[in-house]
Design a protein around this ligand. Structure first.
Ligand code: ADP
Length: 501
């Protein structure tokens, strides 16, 4: 034993900052969390306070160490997983942000995106970055900050400002301003990074009018990112792992082989399909992204997201007050044979992949006089499964040419994956086995694995694969005709709420 047997994972998410201390077996020893206040300056705008994010991260890290009674010199490394795309610009001299962080959900750059789309830049951007033009990604958020904060553009031209997603911001603070880096997964979400050449793209920076000197260095997902300042934890700890949250979850789920797929069911739902060394260009409006980069070797993924998954349960609970808690949905759904034709399309904020219909709005269809709360709740759960099928069909079509790729097991995590009825219905509708692991904190675990790979605490991805443990497995048990009938009815319902063909 080296005496350094633990990894500290920092999981900085959209709604909370968490720190979890893992041991060599990938078992959590202690954790701490803080809820992150959301700032809504106007409808459609979402910001976070970057200083608060850093302070909460530091506090939770210290708390996790204290709870486990572990000293910093027993920690082999720190790994960071983070909400992606959220944009911070700060002053290199003072370390002060020039503005709040602009969160991935923020829509303030919709017009700029629309004009880029109309001037025909979509194909080039998708070819280089794997992304579809949308305010979601960092590029237009950086441009907005440089154009709207007094003096920012001149300061950026003079080399006085730094841009980072939350990973870079945390790294900068952890290292006392010594390191300005990111990893390839986070870089791949900025819309400025060429995912094939694995470098910042000067033409894209020109198009978005972003001086390249604001950008961080791009390293592997397991790499030497720097040392934490000695004063933070008592002794300095190497920071050796970094990935965007969904990519970290992919690593935490040990999806290391092409064809392996994970789906995270939280507020929204994010599906990632490992496509190996091939960056598959989507013809079905999925995103092509970096799954992870290890030893200079890039592994790619296709990604699809559903905006509203668990959020539909929150709405039924807090908005309509039809249920007391989200887990109550399980017994309600279980008690019925079917929804009796009730279908919910939870397009509250438009529809994401594969529809990308920002103006679509939700609907509950097929109501009759005997429709009950249970029917509506069950329809809300079923919608998550139909939408997952939408994504999987699109991914299958895109990935059809990738050799050796067969898509037969879906690994799930996230709060909603605790719902057994939902997981069985998911398996039935997808006609795919659904596996749920023992550790469902896969995002933090993935960050720990990446950091541990770099320092040798985990010898290889194969060793990580060996640590993955199934807690439950759900296998398809539905008549194919019934499956088709239900899915056709879903597609018809989606067609009714859409605003574009
Ligand atoms: P996030 O990380 O996005 O905040 P979590 O992974 O913590 O989300 O999952 C919480 C979400 O899952 C909430 O939207 C909640 O409504 C939903 N949820 C939690 N448990 C269940 C359950 N047993 N059945 C259905 N939905 C659930």
């Amino acid at each position: 034993m080296s005496g350094k047997d633990f990894i500290l994972a920092l999981d900085q998410g959209t709604t909370s900052s968490r720190a979890i201390l893992f041991d060599r077996d990938g078992v959590a020893q202690a954790s701490a969390a803080r809820e992150l206040p959301q700032i809504f300056p106007r409808p459609g705008l979402v910001e976070h306070d970057p200083v608060q994010i850093w302070q909460d991260t530091l506090t939770t890290a210290r708390e996790a160490l204290a709870k486990a009674d572990i000293r910093a010199d027993q920690v082999a490394a720190i790994g960071i997983a983070n909400q992606r795309e959220t944009t911070v610009v700060w002053n290199r001299e003072t370390g002060q942000p020039i503005h709040n962080a602009i969160v991935w959900q923020d829509r303030r750059t919709t017009d700029l995106c629309e004009s880029l789309r109309q001037s025909g830049h979509g194909a080039m951007i998708q070819a280089r970055t794997g992304l579809i033009i949308d305010p979601y990604f960092s590029a237009t958020k950086i441009a907005w900050l440089l154009d709207n904060v007094a003096g920012a553009r001149a300061a950026a031209e003079a080399g006085a400002l730094a841009f980072g997603t939350i990973d870079s911001w945390l790294l900068w603070n952890l290292t006392g301003g010594a390191n300005h880096s990111t990893d390839a997964t986070n870089a791949s979400r900025t819309m400025l990074f060429d995912i094939h050449r694995q470098c910042w793209d000067d033409e894209l920076c020109g198009l978005f009018n972003i001086p390249m000197n604001v950008l961080p260095n791009v390293l592997d997902s397991a790499d030497d990112f720097g040392l934490s300042s000695q004063d933070l934890f008592g002794s300095s700890i190497p920071i050796t792992g970094m990935a965007g949250d969904q990519q970290a979850a992919t690593v935490g789920q040990a999806c290391f082989t092409p064809g392996m797929i994970k789906s995270t069911y939280g507020t929204g739902c994010f599906v990632m399909l490992n496509t190996g060394t091939e960056a598959v260009t989507s013809e079905n409006r999925m995103l092509t992204t970096v799954a992870y980069r290890l030893d200079g070797q890039t592994t790619y993924a296709l990604e699809g997201s559903i905006f509203i998954a668990g959020a539909a349960m929150q709405w039924l609970r807090d908005g309509l007050k039809l249920i007391d808690t989200a887990p109550d949905s399980e017994a309600l759904a279980h008690g019925l044979e079917s929804t009796n034709g009730v279908i919910m399309v939870p397009a509250f904020t438009g529809l994401g992949a594969p529809y990308w219909d920002a103006d679509a709005r939700g609907g509950i269809l097929g109501l009759t006089r005997d429709s009950s709360i249970a029917h509506i709740v069950r329809a809300g759960l079923e919608a998550v499964c139909y939408q997952t099928r939408d994504l999987l069909l699109a991914m299958q079509a895109d990935a059809g040419n990738v050799q050796g790729l067969s898509l037969d097991v879906l690994r799930v995590d996230g709060g909603m994956s605790e719902n057994n009825w939902l997981m069985q219905f998911l398996s039935d509708i997808l006609d795919v086995t659904v596996d749920r692991p023992i550790v469902t904190e896969t995002t933090a675990l993935g960050a720990a694995y990446l950091a541990g790979l770099q320092v040798g605490l985990f010898p290889s991805t194969a060793a990580i694969t060996g640590q993955w443990r199934r807690q439950a497995s759900f296998t398809p048990d539905m008549d194919p005709d019934r499956r088709d009938e239900l899915y056709t009815a879903w597609q018809e319902a989606v067609a009714r709420v859409r605003t574009v063909a």
